[in-house]
Write a protein that binds this ligand. Sequence first.
Ligand SMILES: [Zn+2]
Length: 48
Amino acid sequence: MVLDVVCKMQVNEKTARCKSEHKGKTYYFCAEVCKQKFDKSPDRFVKP
Ligand SMILES: [Zn+2]
């Protein structure tokens, strides 16, 4: 399980349909809406 950094939910990376690449790392999301929020401003959700 991995953390959905937008809503802090646990997501199964094997079944997650929503994912995004950011700076070489893959992020998984519980829903399309979380992915869209992340894609808009990934730096808001990714800790440096
Ligand atoms: Zn989510």
